[in-house]
Write a protein that binds this ligand. Structure first.
Ligand code: IMP
Ligand code: MG
Length: 402
């Protein structure tokens, strides 16, 4: 069995918790894209984990996590996560594998991310400043450093010096602390594997692919340019692995309302008191940056678009319990522009101008409430997809099969 769990919105749909819950039925959880911009919070009850790079497997089982070459790896972040797990009594060092073709996020990438954002002024994307865009850009510029380069220290050192020179000349960025990179590499070198070696194993195992962010932040199919530097859609699995992979299930996760971090249009956005109420109830603050997330109502045109382009086969809804803080629940059902109905525009100028027609649902006290059942039925009918699980709280066990 091969499945993907991915986000149907702008990230933070609760994929980390869902992936952790589902991971128990799989031998591998594979991260196929993104980097430490991702922040997946998983509450186990007596402890809580925030995953940035370690795949979201249940740490109490023996599922293995593979970080494929589609991911850009900040070695320091990975080491910190592994250390934190050790501190909690989970030695996962035998259960993490990283592709030797994965590119490394260097301090210069984070410095350039910051510099670019500053220079863009009001055109800034609102990145997480984790160096994701610059690391992918250097991969394409063909100057990136891969884990395989460290097999020969001299070779890695020469590459680091070359990158450092380029950054100095092109961007006036000064950085020469190569020792720190080698130090971090030494700590993870036992995790490094060849993607060729692991290919057969993946083919013969039950694998859960873990998406990062959400479809609307996909570099091609998302709300460009307000997107991340890579594939958040289900299409990222193959480029992320470097070889074909047949997938049985594409499980899209969506939140019963909507949030977004960073800039870009958000047609169903709420402001003022209602936004604050939702933000507080849903603890909507970035797991990576701590930024308050922008909050709004569920956007059906956007959800339908994400379902279509991802070929989503089933859905999981999260955080419907949070909506019990609201008396009325709204869902955006149609976009209009100057009185005319329009489909989801890929043209961002239009997306920022559309007006949204909403329909209203009576609020629910809990998820057994008949009002909640009506909400679920409506969404299934509109999207043509089954909601197979509903997450009922923050804890990894708080989930019910439908
Ligand atoms: P970057 O990925 O740091 O380059 O940021 C690009 C855009 O993606 C910004 O709007 C970020 O806020 C957003 N983003 C990146 N990672 C996440 C995430 O894990 N959740 C939600 N938004 C994210
Ligand atoms: Mg997150």
């Amino acid at each position: 069995m091969k499945s993907i769990v991915f986000g149907l919105q702008w990230g933070d749909e609760g994929k980390g918790k869902v992936t952790t819950y589902l991971s128990r039925k799989y031998d591998y959880v594979v991260r196929y894209s993104g980097g430490s911009n991702a922040g997946h919070t998983v509450e186990y009850g007596d402890f809580k984990l925030v995953h940035h790079l370690v795949p979201s497997f249940d740490v109490r089982t023996d599922t293995i996590g593979y970080i494929s070459n589609g991911v850009v790896v900040d070695l320091e972040v990975l080491n910190k996560e592994v250390e934190e797990l050790k501190r909690l009594g989970f030695d996962v060092s035998k259960r993490i594998k990283v592709s030797n073709l994965a590119h490394v996020v260097l301090p210069v990438h984070k410095m350039l991310d910051e510099k670019f954002e500053m220079a863009k002024g009001d055109k800034a994307v609102g990145t997480t400043k984790r160096g994701i865009g610059p690391a992918y850009a250097d991969k394409v510029h063909r100057i990136g450093l891969r884990l395989v380069d460290f097999e020969d220290k001299q070779n890695a050192l020469e590459k680091l010096k070359f990158i450092s020179e380029l950054y100095k000349n092109l961007y006036s960025i000064d950085w020469t602390d190569y020792d720190k990179v080698f130090e971090e590499y030494e700590k993870i070198r036992s995790f490094v594997v060849s993607p060729i070696e692991i290919r057969k194993e993946l083919q013969n195992s039950n694998v859960l692919f873990e998406g990062t962010q959400g479809v609307m932040l996909d570099i091609d199919m998302g709300s460009y340019p307000y997107v991340t530097g890579t594939y958040c859609n289900t299409t990222g699995v193959e480029p992320g692995l470097g070889y074909p992979m047949n997938i049985d299930k594409r499980i899209g996760v969506f939140k019963a309302y909507l949030t977004r971090v960073g800039e870009g249009p958000f047609p169903t956005e709420l402001f003022g008191e209602d936004a604050e109420k939702l933000r507080k109830a849903g603890k909507e603050y970035g797991a990576t940056t701590g930024r308050p997330r922008r909050c709004g109502w569920l956007d059906l045109p956007l959800l339908k678009y994400a379902i279509e382009i991802s070929d989503c086969t089933e859905m999981i809804m999260t955080k419907a319990d949070v909506l019990s803080c609201m008396d009325k629940i709204l869902v955006g059902v149609r976009y209009t522009l100057c009185g005319k109905k329009i489909e989801l525009p890929t043209n961002l100028e239009m997306l920022s101008k559309v007006e949204v027609e909403f329909i209203e649902f009576e609020g629910w006290k809990d998820l057994n409430d008949v009002n909640f059942k009506k909400f679920v039925e409506f969404l299934e009918k509109e999207t043509g997809r089954k909601i197979t699980y509903i997450s009922t709280g923050a804890n990894v066990e708080d989930i019910v099969k439908m």
